[in-house]
Write a protein that binds this ligand. Structure first.
Ligand SMILES: [Zn+2]
Length: 602
């Protein structure tokens, strides 16, 4: 594939870069602030050990801690962005590690706060919250603290558990080091004999090649490298599962699932409901595989045909055009919302738009109260870039409205609600473009983008979640977990999900678990599927004209971390304990499959 050379950072026009000066005027100003925050840490000494002294003392400590967190956050954002936009910049990378250090020091200096609150006791605290206006908004924080306390052990046990966090991390890094640094892949070989090296960085691109031989050889090479180390990788993942079982027992939970969901106060029914509804709707996926197979003119669809392009006629979408379309799609949320988005993208420089040498890959939204919620991406004029921009803007608007509304205490929200806001943007923009852009080639590209997204988050992720549930259940029962056990389980789960419409090479499909580092964070991936579900249920609510749907949605964004995730989502109008949201996402997917079938049948 011909590709234009990536320019050095110095050649990127300032208007396409993040607005560093909106955080600090200069590196010198950043340096001065870092030192000033460090110097102020000692002011916490007068509060440490004295919070039980009364509501006024507690309020004083809270105000000081909020200030320190706010200021350290700005120091962190400035350094993090400088580092991410050019990871080869040594000065920025040094600033980044110093900022991380500062954050750690603030956290350590403020660590007395929660244990002292617990020692004061819930009844007395609640009285203080009523008496002292500077504490009035702490109700949810206190409630959550005492809720979690039910699974906190003695100080001595807690100290040991804390010390285990770092050594327990190594299994995840070991997998990363092995597969990112040490793996060598056979080159992919196209039908004309042309060879392309396979890397972690280009595998997705190779799997989307038009040449089937290139796709097949890339897919086989990729999975074969993992298969060659299946025993090591399986042992490593089994160790991670054992650690989760250990943590569950240490914290007195009934299952690893319950232990993992406890942090966000999410009932296990939400997980089971997702899986149940997902399985019941698998025929929608089976129908899609059939349509895809016919469109590609294949006798048998293989996993390496899942990303094969269905049209050669791809739209080119310049950045400004994307911004316009995203704003049009978000219009139902109201003029104020859209004005903020447009200005963020075109004037306020929230977005570091284009790729440059040394820029971190992927895309993310990142910021802290007191800074804009910046976005880093590598915009490349494709419909995938448009969708990525819409997604990250969903995160950024969530942060923006949270930080405008909530105190620092509730400035962070969980991944469980985060992926609703980001996917909601994508759902709204796709629905708008499907209606507005009549060109069939454009529509096919749009549906391809949407279904590729659904495939990852609404097909692969729930399948991995089922794998996770079963591997943990076996470990909880004291059964072993070998590479062959894992591969057989994964192959069975994919065979059910493919429904006979996609060929299952049991070894190469069975090793899929090893290719997702996400599995080292227990019960993480299901949240992508609940996120996409909640998002489509809420988009449907807005697009079908439910009264106050826009206001409800904005109230959800503004809630930030001031409510438990399920409560915040109920504010928006969706209840993830019922099958409704998952069904809503399947309805949208099913509608797209219908439309694709009609477009391809022309
Ligand atoms: Zn996201």
């Amino acid at each position: 594939m011909p590709s234009t050379p990536v320019p050095p950072r110095s050649e990127i026009k300032p208007e396409h870069t993040w607005n560093a000066a909106s955080v600090f005027a200069s590196d010198a100003a950043w340096e001065a602030e870092l030192k000033s925050v460090l110097a102020k840490l000692s002011e916490l000494d007068k509060y440490r050990g004295h919070l039980s002294g009364g509501a006024a003392t507690l309020a004083g400590a809270r105000v000081l801690i909020d200030e320190l967190i706010l200021r350290a956050g700005k120091v962190y954002v400035y350094a993090n962005m400088a580092h991410q936009v050019d990871t080869t910049n040594q000065a920025a990378s040094k600033m980044y590690s110093r900022a991380l250090g500062l954050f750690g020091q603030v956290a350590a200096a403020a660590a007395f706060f929660d244990p002292e609150l617990l020692a004061i006791g819930q009844a007395k605290l609640q009285q203080w919250l009523r008496d002292e206006p500077r504490l009035a908004d702490m109700g949810h924080y206190v409630d959550d603290l005492f809720r979690r306390h039910a699974h906190v052990r003695s100080a001595e046990v807690e100290e040991l558990l804390g010390l285990l966090t770092d050594p327990f991390q190594s299994v995840m890094t070991t997998a990363g080091v092995l597969t990112d640094a040490d793996f060598k892949f056979r080159p992919a070989k196209a039908s004309d004999g042309r060879e392309t090296p396979v890397t972690q960085g280009n595998i997705d691109e190779l799997l989307a090649e038009t040449d089937r031989e290139a796709r097949r050889t890339a897919w086989e090479s990729y999975n074969d490298a993992y298969l060659a180390f299946k025993n090591t990788l399986a042992n490593n993942l089994a160790t991670s599962v054992k650690q989760n079982v250990f943590n569950m027992r240490a914290r007195r939970h009934r299952s690893t699932l319950e232990a993992a969901l406890f942090a966000n106060n999410i009932p296990v029914d939400v997980f089971h409901n997702l899986i149940r509804t997902y399985r019941a709707n698998l025929p929608t996926w089976h129908r899609y595989w059939r349509i895809r197979r016919k469109a590609l003119g294949l006798e048998t669809l293989h996993p390496y045909d899942i990303w094969a392009p269905l049209t050669a006629d791809k739209p080119r979408i310049p950045y400004k055009q994307s911004v316009d379309w995203i704003c049009d799609g978000l219009a139902p949320l109201g003029k104020d919302y859209v004005r903020v988005v447009r200005k963020a993208c075109l004037e306020d420089r929230w977005v570091d738009v284009y790729p440059n040498q040394g820029k971190a890959g992927g895309a993310f939204s990142s910021g802290r109260p007191g800074t804009p919620p910046f976005i880093l991406m590598s915009y490349d004029d494709t419909i995938f870039s448009l969708s990525t921009l819409a997604h990250e803007l969903g995160h950024s608007m969530h942060s923006y409205l949270t930080w405008q509304t909530q105190p620092i205490l509730y400035g962070e929200y969980s991944m469980f609600v985060a992926e609703v806001a980001s996917n909601f943007h994508q759902a709204m923009v796709r629905a708008h473009l499907l209606k507005q852009q009549a060109d069939p080639a454009f529509q096919i590209s749009l549906i391809e983008e949407a279904i590729a997204n659904f495939h990852r988050y609404f097909f692969v992720m729930p399948t991995l979640a089922r794998f996770e549930l079963e591997t943990h259940a076996r470990m909880e029962r004291g059964e072993g977990l070998t590479a062959d056990d894992m591969n057989a389980l994964m192959a069975d789960l994919f065979a059910e999900a493919y429904g006979g419409e996609v060929h299952v090479d049991r070894e190469r499909v069975g090793i899929t678990w090893a290719t997702f580092g996400h599995l080292y964070v227990d019960y993480y991936v299901f949240q992508y599927a609940t996120g996409i579900s909640g998002a489509h249920a809420l988009a449907h609510r807005l697009l079908s004209g439910v009264p106050d749907a826009a206001m409800d949605y904005l109230n959800f964004l503004k809630a930030g971390g001031s409510l438990y995730p399920l409560e915040a989502l109920k504010l928006a109008g969706v209840d993830l304990t019922t099958p409704h949201a998952v069904e809503a996402a399947f309805n949208v997917l099913s509608g797209m499959v219908d439309k694709l079938e009609a477009l391809l049948g022309r």
